[in-house]
Design a protein around this ligand. Structure first.
Ligand SMILES: Cc1cc2nc3c(=O)[nH]c(=O)nc-3n(C[C@H](O)[C@H](O)[C@H](O)COP(=O)(O)OP(=O)(O)OC[C@H]3O[C@@H](n4cnc5c(N)ncnc54)[C@H](O)[C@@H]3O)c2cc1C
Length: 406
């Protein structure tokens, strides 16, 4: 098969939130950039659907917010949790110092299509779908490009910088031999969808009842549900049979009982194997990892997309100018890791804390009937619900667009 050769300033492997946002920002700054996406489109179900206030702030800074919010979406202003029979508010986004005081729920493919559309306005932006990065090209100890498989044959790309934004199973980070620190995740998540009736409650809600956890995202016409199970617990659940699984879900949210038959087979239930990890070093000369490729996040709290976007903004701010002049040196790549390690590590630390103190105990059936202290405090002083809103909605080190074209 023919081998095509291309030369660009920056080649990004992976057209997820991190890769598409970085592609848009670099092209906007005048950098010649090529994004490779192994799939033929962005249409994949059960991906993260949450667009947080800090990401919406970035969209505003790019002048894209109004057009973006014209896309169909739902707005979540508060998050609640049901512990036993009691429903409590645990995050209130309405007081955030951001333009949008809500989390927008939107299918990820709409978000990615929107970013692709905005990026195509810039001459330097190139997107190749059905192009799967498969091998790094190393010259004299430096990553000088990569090879990708396409339906037309092999593609060889030479680039001043390769960015691995190919997600939490990144082949490029594995090939580069970058060390992964596994932070442990004692759970997996089953994703499913059930229709929503107008008589159902409105809230996006986490239910912690009788050793079980169900998170329900209100998506207008349907509920997107995450059922949290102990790590590797899927076999036991399957062995117990679909009727028992349906019963468990309906037991957590009884109003779902009349439509639980929509779960017609195990094909309607998707397993997400949860991983929480991060790279010790995010870069090698000529190569930088961002987004899930640098740090897989825990799904609940929905901060993975947010962090991926923030990584992209920081990368464009720090490397855009040097990419216009040539090849960023290793110290420039290290600067990206230095900038993003604090929010990443702090977020993961909090996630592991919640996981060990709350999730693990609930799944083990060991949680006491008494509400945990932070929840009791929030019930007493509702103003405290602004803190989780800030941590989830904005995070630890929000990034802002640093370059504005003349
Ligand atoms: C089931 C599920 C539910 C989730 N829910 C949420 C949520 O509600 N909120 C939230 O914030 N986060 C959620 N997450 C996590 C969130 O989706 C990720 O953190 C986020 O998408 C990371 O963005 P990314 O661009 O780094 O990686 P990804 O989104 O994983 O994107 C990587 C892209 O690279 C492509 N790719 C992979 N390998 C190659 C290759 N070799 N060559 C070319 N392309 C390649 C993939 O097809 C993909 O498009 C969820 C994840 C899953 C799996």
């Amino acid at each position: 098969m023919a081998e095509e050769r291309i030369e660009v300033a920056c080649c990004i492997a992976g057209g997820g939130p991190a890769g598409m946002m970085l592609g848009l920002l670099l092209a906007r700054a005048g950098v010649e950039v090529l994004v490779l996406e192994k799939h033929g489109d962005f249409l994949r179900d059960f991906r993260g659907d949450t667009i947080h206030p800090s990401t919406l702030e970035v969209m505003h800074e790019l002048g894209l917010l109004d057009a973006f919010l014209k896309l169909p979406h739902d707005e979540v202003t508060t998050l609640s949790g049901q512990v036993g029979a009691e429903i409590l508010q645990i995050a209130d986004f309405r007081h955030l110092p951001t333009r949008c005081k809500f989390v927008a729920l939107m299918p990820q493919w709409d978000f990615l299509n929107f970013l692709a559309g905005a990026a195509k306005a810039y001459r330097g932006f190139h997107l190749r779908l059905r192009a799967e990065a498969c091998a790094l090209i190393e010259v004299g100890g430096r990553i000088a490009g990569l090879r990708a498989e396409t339906p037309e044959g092999m593609l060889e790309i030479r680039a001043g910088l390769v960015v691995a934004a190919d997600g939490r199973h990144s082949v490029l980070r594995a090939q580069a031999g970058l060390e992964v620190m596994d932070l442990g995740a004692p759970m997996d998540v089953l994703w499913l969808r059930l229709s929503r009736r107008t008589s159902d409650p409105q809230q996006t809600l986490g239910r912690f009842v009788g050793g079980r956890i169900l998170v329900m995202l209100n998506r207008g016409s349907y509920w997107q549900c995450a059922f949290v199970i102990p790590k590797g617990g899927i076999e036991a659940i399957r062995a117990a049979g679909l009727p028992a699984f349906r019963e468990a879900i309906a037991g957590l949210a009884p109003y779902l009982d009349d439509r639980i038959g929509e779960l017609a087979s195990w094909d309607d239930v998707k397993l997400l194997t949860v991983a929480v990890d991060r790279l010790r070093r995010w870069h090698r000369p000529g190569l930088l990892c961002i987004g899930d490729a640098a740090h897989a996040m825990w799904p609940i709290g929905g901060v993975g997309i947010n962090l991926a976007i923030q990584d992209a903004v920081a990368t464009a701010n720090l490397l855009g100018p040097s990419l216009l002049q040539g090849t960023p040196g290793d110290h420039a790549l290290a600067a990206v890791q230095r900038r993003r390690i604090f929010p990443t590590a702090m977020t993961q630390r909090l996630q592991v804390l919640v996981q060990n103190r709350v999730i693990r105990r609930v799944l083990a059936g060991a949680a006491s009937a008494r509400l945990p202290l932070p929840l009791r405090l929030m019930r007493r002083f509702p103003v405290l619900t602004r803190l989780p809103a800030r941590l989830v909605g904005i995070g630890f080190r929000p990034e802002h667009i640093g370059y504005h074209p003349p």
